[in-house]
Design a protein around this ligand. Structure first.
Ligand code: NAD
Ligand code: IPM
Ligand code: MN
Length: 354
């Protein structure tokens, strides 16, 4: 029997509401596959910051290091500036554990009506591969001439050869592995002088190593329009940290709700634990009402199972999500229904255990 130690960080807002549903589904599927999980709970959040002045203890990263995976809800809540909370918890985890791939599926699920007309499940089914440790997310730069008419802020983006090549290689290899040998890259080489032409150059070099993979290189602006106008054209979309962030909200938006979107922050070499978390944030506007959609968190747990080598269990969870949505009786308000977070989590767990 395989057993796994999972660090569980619900974080802020609806993180604490959707996480129990993912744990419920993991327990349900574990029973079916003879797997066991030990969940170690860490209650680090903006509340911790208000009490201690830190988002996590000084040895926080070390306390996470020896887990098989990290399951995270959402970080950030009004009252603590976002750049403080995120650079105090989520972003250090991604960087310390070299989770340089942020893998985010975009899929139109059965029973969900998309805001774009005439799309069926199968029409929208692609993956965003987002660079997750460098690029535009950087602390390099600073403020000069504060308070003077010459005040200015510089923010430097970092694109290393190592960081660029490894995410591009991952995208090509992933496309081959899932049997969809087609990679689209999104950049802004017409406006951004150094980094984006560099990314394009490395994209062409890595593409040359994979002659059987079809490629498209789009400017990020028209790529956004194409996500809406012709989402069928995409299989694997690779982009820098910021562009990947934007695309991975836009994609689920086109499928009808951000509430279902999962992600894996992956260290492919497995030298460190990977983190699985929904794409969405802490949703302060609906937090505390028990109506958040738990599917993004549950599907993230399914991606975790896949990463841990429990592919059958992961696929079982995704099938259960699809069956419950296709049946249509249990939907949270973002899907047009009146079910609670717990109703939907329980329905998916029950679908698994029969
Ligand atoms: P958000 O994703 O929290 O919310 C955006 C909108 O989507 C809101 O209207 C919200 O109600 C809705 N929504 C999100 N998740 C939902 C769900 N599961 N079910 C139903 N509706 C859902 O984005 P935001 O408002 O820009 O950010 C709020 C806070 O979360 C900020 O502090 C932000 O920095 C943080 N954030 C954290 C993460 C993360 O931890 N990975 C991701 C995004 C935002
Ligand atoms: C995400 C989030 C984070 C990001 C923020 C909260 C720093 O938007 O996981 O997509 O941009 O990476
Ligand atoms: Mn985001």
């Amino acid at each position: 029997m395989s057993s796994y130690e999972i660090a569980v960080l619900p974080g802020d807002g609806i993180g604490g509401e959707v996480m129990p549903e993912a744990l419920r589904v993991l327990d349900a599927v574990a029973g079916e596959y003879g797997t066991s999980f030990t969940f170690r709970h860490f209650d680090w959040s903006c509340e911790t910051y208000r009490e201690t002045g830190r988002m996590m203890p000084e040895d926080g990263l070390d306390r996470l290091r020896d887990h098989d995976s990290i399951l995270l809800g959402a970080v950030g809540y009004p009252g603590v500036p976002d750049h403080v909370s995120l650079w105090g918890l989520l972003l250090p985890i991604r960087r310390e554990f070299d989770q340089y791939v942020n893998l985010r599926p975009v899929r139109l699920l059965p029973g969900v009506t998309p805001p774009v007309r005439d799309k069926q499940p199968g029409d929208i089914d692609f993956w965003v591969v987002r660079e997750n440790t460098e690029g535009e997310y950087s602390r390099l730069g600073g403020r000069q001439g504060e308070g003077t008419p010459a005040e200015m802020v510089l923010q430097t983006a970092v694109f290393t050869r190592h960081g660029t090549d490894r995410i591009l290689r991952y995208a090509f290899e992933f496309a081959e592995r899932i049997g969809k040998p087609h990679v689209t890259s999104g950049t802004k080489s017409n406006g951004i002088y150094h980094s984006m032409p560099y990314w394009d150059e490395r994209f062409r070099a890595i593409a040359a190593e994979h002659p059987d993979v079809a490629v498209d290189q789009d400017h990020i602006d028209i790529l956004c329009a194409r996500f809406v106008m012709s989402p069928e054209r995409f299989d694997v979309v690779v982009a820098s940290n910021l562009f990947g962030d934007i695309l991975s909200d836009l994609g689920p938006g086109v499928t009808g709700t951000i509430g279902v979107a999962p992600s894996g922050n992956i260290n492919p070499e497995r030298r460190f634990p990977s983190t699985f978390e929904p794409v969405h944030g802490s949703a302060p506007d609906i937090a505390g009402r028990g109506i958040a959609n738990p599917i993004g968190q549950i599907w993230s747990a399914a991606m975790m199972l896949d990463h841990l080598g429990e592919q059958e269990a992961g696929a079982h969870v995704v099938r259960a999500i699809e069956s419950v949505l296709a049946a249509g009786a249990v939907r949270t308000p973002d899907l047009g229904g009146t079910a609670s977070t717990e109703d939907l989590g329980k329905a998916i767990a029950a679908e698994i255990t029969g």
